[in-house]
Design a protein around this ligand. Structure first.
Ligand code: WT7
Length: 703
């Protein structure tokens, strides 16, 4: 609707789009790939669904094989591999011991360059996971089905903690280490965790950050909101030494390393869990202020990440694989920990900032460890490029395969990644997926499909996407017209529900295009991804960005409502609106518009307070680029703030039709003020591409 108002039809947008040239992978890559025979595509055609996913499940070791591949009796709460039993920790650790006990499972690179790597073999991982599982069971009384919140940095204690929980059937919920104590506290409350696992400190950009202080804030915040944290387990960045300034709270806080002395040599039998038992929760933002705890299953999830790690990451036993994401995001869960370890791979993890202490750091790590598969996000690629466009050439590493994930990548950035980082030798997969989907859903198969800069490719194996218009009509396949991308079928990696809120799960992801609420046929329940997309004649999808009130900053979703409620905790503020603005490094950044209580006048101080509130409540990642104090917000007659108008102003784009506003005169006033200030500081964006214009027009559409 917003599009028509603005006078631009989808067809017009489509003709403006330039299709990029395709590139083909090298013969050398194809020669060694897991999936180089096109017959694999035949094994995953729609008529083979859902049985095709047996191939993924058969990558796992089951205690009890399942009897039903897909149970659709309670739509859209799909159940995969029903009747099956397995343990995720057994699959990622124990079963590799016989043949690979001395192989490196994890190579953990600390940020300070003079500190040694921590190389953890499968045998060592087995020992650590068992000992910590014994501690969790005996000292914390944790058992299958309980939830535990982690607020851990990128150190090996994080995967050890995950696998220890998985061993017991305990559901872990890792909160990104960079999030605030309060954000962690909210997730403790929502998940009902009595135990918080944290670390005293970690390195970031050369500083040893005090992290335990956030655990205190989290526990206090949780308690104020009705959830008492009984135990805080504190790992130490330097075992035996305490690197935080805040005291340990008697009777609540324990050093893991002290407790562990009692569990040396302990072994815990892996608990055999039903395939559909939850493995973990991962919180993500949506259109309300309350984050959604995406609940992922044990059997379906693990099968899906093992299968996609094999065919799309193309990990072989002899490879050294480095995914530079944070395990606090789904990418790290699926493609640093569970997928690679299920395949008995060697997975590298890095504690710190990719360009610390200089632009060559990432490439030195790659060279030293002989990394040959590399995985990161466009925001990091932009950062690496800006810091040292010629740096990769100086180092002797050779990637055969690279991944980009998390946000649309500009073709120009893609080409630098290909030529400079990949040295023209590495194949690239642009993997489109989400916290909710568990694993890749749109991507090329690296040895079989050509690469097209800026497009993710076709649906992944066994994934059948379609684009629908607002009325629920399928947009003609391959027409290049924009619409809402959906997945027509269930798949093993899809999340099971939103923790504690099944209605929201149905409402958010299925209600819009459900063809018949009483139907038990999966064909009637397309999954709504919340992204705008087009499909070119060759079948490749191009993801345009979010169509809902979510802002993708540096590959991470931030909900506008979360940002707005954080701003409203500042007493001077009566109204707030968050909008995305194009940002050279982060893809999108946040700009806040706020209105003051009557009688107050705008000041730098108030703007700073808003910024600070967002940082304290959500985390640094959400810090707005600007806080604009405005006399009033553009509103509809029913009083809804028109975010798309503000987004248009922030991006120097057409704010669209404002005739339906209750106060159209305010638009010009705000536009003048904001844009004049931006011009004064030299912040005028380049000309927007049609995709970007389309994204802004669709943003926060309330009509
Ligand atoms: C949103 C999901 C995928 C795991 C990390 C982010 C955007 C993701 C791509 C891509 C264009 C992408 C989408 C999606 N997105 N991958 N390859 N090309 N856009 O997970 O935080 O749940 O965010 O990220 O908008 O909906 P997330």
């Amino acid at each position: 609707m917003a599009r028509q108002e603005a006078g631009v039809t989808e067809a017009q947008i489509a003709v403006h789009w330039k299709e990029e040239e395709c590139l083909t992978p090298s013969v050398k890559f194809i020669g060694q790939a897991h999936a180089s025979d096109p017959s694999i595509l035949q094994r995953f055609t729609e008529d083979k669904f859902p049985e095709c996913f047996r191939e993924y499940a058969d990558l796992l070791t089951w205690d009890q094989y399942w009897h039903t591949t897909l149970d659709t009796s309670n739509p859209p709460f799909w159940k995969w591999f029903v009747g099956g039993k397995l343990n995720a920790s057994y699959n990622c650790v124990d079963r590799h011991l016989e043949q690979n006990r001395n192989k490196a499972a994890l190579i953990c690179v600390p940020e300070p360059e003079d500190e040694e790597d921590r190389v953890i073999t499968y045998q060592e991982l087995y020992v650590q996971v068992n000992e910590f599982a014994a501690l969790l069971r005996d000292c914390c009384g944790l058992k299958a089905g309980d939830r535990v919140t982690f607020h851990l940095p990128m150190l090996p204690e994080l995967p050890v903690s995950m696998l220890a929980c998985a061993r017991l059937g305990v559901i872990h919920s890792q909160v990104f280490g960079g999030f605030s104590g309060q954000a962690c506290g909210d997730r403790i409350v929502d998940s009902g965790s009595h135990v918080l696992i944290t670390m005293d400190a970690y390195y970031r950009n050369g500083d040893l950050i005090d992290h335990k202080v956030k655990a205190d804030q989290a526990a206090e915040h949780a308690e104020r909101n009705g959830m008492k944290v009984d135990k805080v387990l504190v790992w130490q960045r330097y075992p035996g030494k305490y690197s935080s300034s805040v005291p340990m709270k008697d009777g609540r806080d324990y050093f893991v390393n002290d407790l562990l002395t009692e569990y040396r040599g302990a072994r815990v039998a892996p608990v055999s869990m039903p395939a559909e038992a939850p493995l973990f929760l991962m919180y993500t933002s949506g259109t309300t202020a309350k984050p959604k705890g995406c609940q992922h299953s044990t059997g379906g999830y693990l099968a899906y990440v093992a299968g996609t790690s094999k065919f799309y990451q193309d990990i072989h036993p002899e490879d050294t694989y480095w995914c530079m994401a944070d395990i606090g995001w789904i990418t790290g869960h699926s493609y640093i920990v569970y997928g690679p370890l299920a395949l008995c791979a060697t997975s590298v993890m890095y504690e710190g900032v990719p360009v610390y202490p200089d632009a060559g750091r990432a490439w030195r790590i790659a060279e030293r460890l002989n990394v040959n598969i590399f995985h990161t996000a466009p925001t990091t690629i932009r950062m690496l490029r800006k810091a040292g466009p010629d740096e990769p050439r100086k180092y002797q590493y050779h990637f055969k395969h690279m991944t980009t994930v998390g946000e649309p990548i500009e073709p120009e950035v893609w080409r630098w990644y290909y030529e400079a980082v990949g040295k023209g030798e590495a194949v690239i997969v642009d993997t489109w997926w989400q916290t909710e989907t568990g694993g890749f859903i749109g991507t090329t198969l690296p040895a079989l499909h050509p690469m097209k800069p800026g497009s993710c490719g076709p649906g992944a194996l066994g994934i059948f996407p379609a684009i629908y218009d607002e009325e629920g009509k399928e947009v003609e396949a391959g027409s290049g017209k924009a619409g809402n991308i959906c997945i027509r079928n269930p798949w093993p990696g899809i999340f099971q529900t939103i923790w504690g809120d099944p209605d929201r799960f149905v409402r958010t992801y299925f209600a819009k295009y459900c063809k018949n609420k009483d139907s038990k046929d999966w064909r009637d329940w397309p999954y709504l991804a919340g992204d705008g997309a087009t499909q070119a004649a060759d079948g490749y999808f191009r993801i345009l960005g979010r169509v809902d009130d979510v802002i993708n900053v540096a590959g991470h979703r931030l909900g506008t409502k979360e940002l707005e409620s954080a701003s409203l905790t500042v007493e001077e503020i009566t109204e707030a609106a968050a909008v995305p603005v194009l940002d050279e490094m982060r893809g999108r950044a946040v700009e806040m518009y706020v209105a003051l209580r009557p009688g107050l006048s705008p000041s730098e101080e108030i703007a700073t307070k808003v910024s600070k509130a967002i940082e304290d409540i959500i985390g640094k990642i959400a810090r707005p680029k600007h806080v604009w104090i405005v006399p009033d917000m553009p509103k509809t007659r029913s009083g809804k703030i028109m975010r798309r108008v503000l987004a248009g102003i922030s991006n120097f784009a057409d704010p669209g039709d404002i005739m339906t506003l209750a106060n159209p005169e305010i638009v010009e006033e705000v536009r003048h003020k904001v844009q004049a200030e931006k011009v004064a500081i030299g912040e005028v964006p380049r000309e927007l591409s049609p995709e970007e214009l389309e994204e802004i027009k669709r943003f926060g559409n309330v009509d």
